[in-house]
Design a protein around this ligand. Structure first.
Ligand code: UDX
Ligand code: UDX
Length: 434
């Protein structure tokens, strides 16, 4: 089976490599020529564990190809996946679909008879029908099909999430597209993965509702953590006790500085806009967004409270910048709102991150310094902030770190360390909800 994937980003590239692994012949197309050139030289444009090996083996077996020439790459494709970015539009938070529609225009006159155009990007309800209208208008004679196949990949575990998903969602409008997509997903069907075939709109809304619900769990436990701090409860015990109820489930009840990334922030906003446009209400999701913003703000006051007296000229070592561990993605990372607020108060911050520094430099103020090693960051620091739960930090020698610091303040925004142990090591240890 011949498939094309347009957009070689976090979703398009992982999907393309995995589809090739399933046995399809896959062409990944991207209009960023630099990205394609890197890929053709075996250089990954994103950090995702396991991706470079998966890409290399499928390029070697000639099942995976990269090009920026869209028109002649899709003329033999049975399936064309649209996996371009759908960022939150500046200002109103709508999903910006200009890239999706631009691609629909571009492919309309190069599609083969009965091609199936599949939205993999997260797109508002109704977009698949709109893509169909755009293509029909540009090429009235062509018989083609549109489908929705949203992804549920978490950065840092995207390949595993693709190869062993809880479910595959197919939004379909014809038997033909159902047959073609079932063929493609045969390796998952063979391992009894639930395939839910439904209409286009339901498939599109399943993606938003799923992400918004996961974000709701995160904001819920973040809000409960404040009550824990006020009452002396331990938020991890509360989360554990809740999670033992199979109706609640233990996942996504981990407190933190607030959720970030390229999905939760934009998908919750887009869902609220969609509801407003359709005169439906999403007060819960609106509250989830608000709670997330206040969680980040609460972190700033927690940090300022911990650093007794003025923050001016204090050396603060920051461990972790990315929105979560095992990714280089800085999109909407909590560090992007927390650190500038501290810099504005005259703090002298030096930050480390195993993968995110290159991206972070584009997004954080120049006054922020970067350390190539953990030692560089903690040396003579008055305070340390643990921002992202990288394994590198979990494995640190805390006794040695304490000796290298000038001060004794440790602010753990991911609760990865043990409160008693930190106190016995002589730290003034601050954390969330405990
Ligand atoms: C994806 C999905 O699009 C988004 O809906 C989901 O919520 C997150 O993952 P992502 O893969 O992260 O977005 O996008 P990005 O990493 O920005 O990659 C998009 C790629 O598409 C870029 O490489 C860009 O160069 C390419 N692109 C964009 C095109 O090839 N053509 C275009 O017209 C626009
Ligand atoms: C998410 C969805 O999980 C995935 O299904 C969808 O396809 C894309 O968006 P991702 O954004 O990559 O994936 O990361 P995820 O692991 O979901 O974390 C999202 C944010 O929530 C991160 O900032 C993370 O730190 C935070 N989070 C997650 C918590 O604070 N607590 C948790 O328990 C889980």
């Amino acid at each position: 089976m011949n498939i094309s994937i347009i957009g070689a980003g976090y979703v398009g590239l992982v999907s393309g490599a995995c589809f090739a692994e399933f046995g399809a012949s896959v062409t990944c197309i991207d209009n960023n020529k630099g990205r394609i050139e890197k890929l053709n030289n075996g250089i990954m444009p994103i950090y995702e564990p396991g991706l470079s090996d998966l890409v290399a083996s499928n390029v070697d077996s000639e099942k995976l190809f990269f090009t920026s020439n869209l028109s002649n790459s899709i003329k033999d494709s049975d399936l064309v996946f649209i996996a371009v970015g759908t960022p939150a539009r500046r200002g109103d938070g709508h999903a910006d679909l200009k890239y999706v529609y631009a691609v629909a225009e571009e492919i309309a006159n190069n599609l083969k008879e009965d091609a199936v155009i599949v939205n993999k990007s997260t797109v508002p309800v109704g977009t698949a029908r709109e893509v169909k209208r755009v293509i029909k208008k540009a090429n009235p004679k062509l018989n083609f099909h549109v489908a929705s196949n949203p992804e549920f990949l978490r950065e840092g575990s995207a390949i595993n999430d693709f190869m062993k998903p809880d479910r595959v969602i197919l939004g379909l409008e014809s038997e033909h597209s159902k047959n073609v997509l079932s063929d493609l997903y045969k390796p998952l069907i063979d391992i009894k993965t639930p395939i839910l075939s439904t209409d286009l709109e339901s498939a599109e809304l399943i993606k938003y509702a799923s992400n918004a619900f996961l974000a709701t769990k995160v904001s819920f436990i973040n809000e409960i953590s404040l009550l824990c701090e006020k009452t002396g409860a331990d938020v991890h015990k509360v989360a554990e006790g809740m999670g033992l109820d199979s109706r609640i489930g233990s996942k996504f009840l981990q407190v933190g500085p607030g959720y970030g990334g390229s999905c939760f922030p934009k998908d919750t906003q887009a869902l609220v806009r969609m509801a407003q446009e359709n005169e439906a209400s999403t007060r819960i999701v609106e509250a989830v967004i608000e709670v997330n913003a206040s969680q980040k703000a609460r972190m700033i006051s927690k940090i300022r409270g911990a650093i007794d007296g003025s923050i001016l000229d204090k050396k603060i070592g920051v461990l972790g910048l990315t929105f979560k561990a095992e990714t280089d993605d800085m999109r909407d990372a909590p560090s992007l709102s927390i650190l500038p607020a501290l810099l504005d108060k005259g703090a002298n911050i030096i930050a480390h991150d195993p993968e995110g520094i290159e991206e972070a430099k584009k997004l954080l103020p120049n006054s922020l310094q970067y350390g190539e090693s953990i030692e560089e960051v903690v040396k003579d620091a008055d305070a340390i902030i643990l921002m992202t739960e990288w394994i590198d930090y979990r494995e640190m020698d805390l006794e040695l770190i304490k000796k290298m610091m000038k001060g004794d303040i440790f602010i753990d925004l991911r609760n990865i360390f043990n409160k008693k142990e930190m106190k016995s090591l002589g730290y003034k240890y601050y954390c969330i909800g405990r």
